[in-house]
Design a protein around this ligand. Structure first.
Ligand SMILES: NC(=O)c1ccc[n+]([C@@H]2O[C@H](COP(=O)([O-])OP(=O)(O)OC[C@H]3O[C@@H](n4cnc5c(N)ncnc54)[C@H](O)[C@@H]3O)[C@@H](O)[C@H]2O)c1
Length: 424
């Protein structure tokens, strides 16, 4: 079986390494972060993902997976490094550039280089291939097979979706698409589709842009519903009974490393042609302020209000706070002078500069509980925990996940009708 070298051992690269190792490949994982390598060398993991720890522990023990801070020679290189945006919202491809440069000394003719990181259109052609050419190889003549195989897994189900999802493999050449597709066909149950690099780049970006645009529509509906006194959740439920309608859910904004970032990769390449995508981004980015406006209204009559925040991650049941609207909201509330006490059972103390409290302490003497992530544990909370700890049992639930109860005053983003200031 081929030897695989994975570059970048984060939310994507680590599960991918464990997955290929569990299928019998010899995998060498590399990461520039030494503490990641130290943790993995012990058979531990540095991220939270169901089913991952056992896979890594066993792969490290059997030496099917080895790790270090630098690459090794291999048949296949998989690049899974971050692709964030700069402050000006342009793609930061520094990590992709560096990772590609780093593998050049270990590259041999006949090797396959696959970029799994999400990248703007033409990145394989304009960024990755030129570095490999400068390294002395001719990808255009298939001396090295270069391809983009974007990752579509969803955190929380990564180990399942790595097996089940369909994959698209975009080759710099037709032969590169075939060679890279062969790698995945050996291990996945889903279908593997071959295409060109730019088509794969664009398809991945459009998947997340589709979701961003549709979430923006739901968020716009939530704002309109607040003005008109309509329950947006009821509207969505009824509208979605139409066989061809699927309105998404409103919330506190869009976070994470993907949906909140990927649309900008298209905008950067086609600014004048993407007004819908740009407006959707603006709407979703406006949601934290919309949430803060509701907090302001609720606490208008209270001196030094205390807010208990439940959930800091960008979505439920994960530990990931990247681009999280919850963090934006908390920081803004703090700088607006609120006392804020945060609770998130998925976030470790050393992962955030915010002080974390256990649930009872966060709720103690608070004026509002502000729910910002839909962790399963929150869906099961009984009203008594709010009633017995809070000053006033008022819950502003931005994720529509707290069970209704006669004992609670419950407002949801999407159902804010009757919202009135708490008496001081
Ligand atoms: N997380 C997701 O849910 C998800 C889903 C689909 C696609 N993606 C895409 O996958 C890519 C990786 O995302 P992630 O969430 O795994 O990121 P991550 O930040 O969790 O992990 C990336 C790792 O790469 C390491 N790294 C950076 N530069 C390196 C280099 N030159 N050599 C070796 N290691 C290096 C970092 O130290 C880090 O540990 C991104 O493009 C992202 O958009 C992510």
């Amino acid at each position: 079986m081929e030897k695989i070298c994975v570059i970048g051992l984060g939310y994507i690269g680590l599960p991918t390494s464990g997955f290929f190792a569990s299928k019998g490949f010899h995998v060498h994982g590399t990461d520039v972060n030494e503490s990641v390598i130290n943790t993995l060398s012990r058979g531990d993991i540095h991220i939270e993902e169901p089913g991952l720890v056992d896979v890594i522990k066993s792969a490290v023990e059997t030496k099917q997976l080895t790790v270090s801070t630098s690459p090794v020679e291999a048949d296949v290189f998989i690049i899974a490094v971050p692709t964030p945006i700069f402050e000006n919202e342009n793609a930061n491809l520094d990590y992709v550039r560096k990772a590609t440069e780093n593998i050049i000394p270990y590259l041999n003719k006949g090797n396959v280089v696959i970029v799994e990181s999400t990248i703007p259109p033409r990145t394989i052609d304009d960024v990755v291939v030129p570095i490999i050419q400068e390294g002395g190889f001719k990808p255009e003549d298939n001396e090295v097979y270069v391809a983009h195989c974007p990752e579509r897994v969803i955190p929380g189900r990564i180990m399942i979706e790595l097996v089940e999802n369909n994959r698209m493999v975009g080759g710099y050449t037709n032969e590169a698409a075939v060679k890279a597709a062969e790698v995945y066909r050996q291990v996945v149950d889903g279908e593997v589709f071959e295409t060109t690099a730019i088509t794969a780049e664009m398809s991945k970006l459009m998947e997340n842009t589709f979701r961003d645009v549709n979430i923006a529509l739901a968020n716009e509906l939530a704002k309109i519903s607040e003005k008109l006194g309509v329950n947006a959740h009821e509207v969505i439920k009824l509208a979605n009974m139409h066989p061809r309608v699927n309105i998404h859910q409103p919330g506190p904004g869009v976070g994470g490393h993907c949906i909140a970032v990927d649309p900008y990769f298209i905008v950067e390449k086609a600014k004048g042609l993407s007004p819908l995508i740009q407006t959707s981004r603006k709407i979703n980015k406006s949601m934290p302020q919309f949430v803060i406006d509701q907090v302001d209204k609720l606490t208008h009559n209270i001196q030094n209000p205390t807010i208990a925040v439940l959930g800091l991650t960008y979505k439920g049941n994960v530990d990931d706070m990247r681009e999280s609207p919850a963090v934006t909201i908390v920081n803004q509330l703090i700088s607006n002078g609120y006392n804020v006490k945060c609770h998130d059972p998925h976030v470790k103390n050393d992962a955030t500069e915010l002080s974390l409290f256990n649930l009872e302490h966060a709720l103690a003497d608070s004026d509002i509980a502000l729910v910002l992530s839909d962790h399963n544990v929150f869906k099961e909370l009984s009203s008594s925990i709010f009633v017995s700890n809070m000053k006033t049992p008022v819950v502003l639930d931005t994720k529509n996940c707290i069970p209704e109860s006669e004992e609670l005053t419950l407002y949801q983003i999407g159902n804010l009708s009757g919202l009135k200031s708490i008496e001081g």
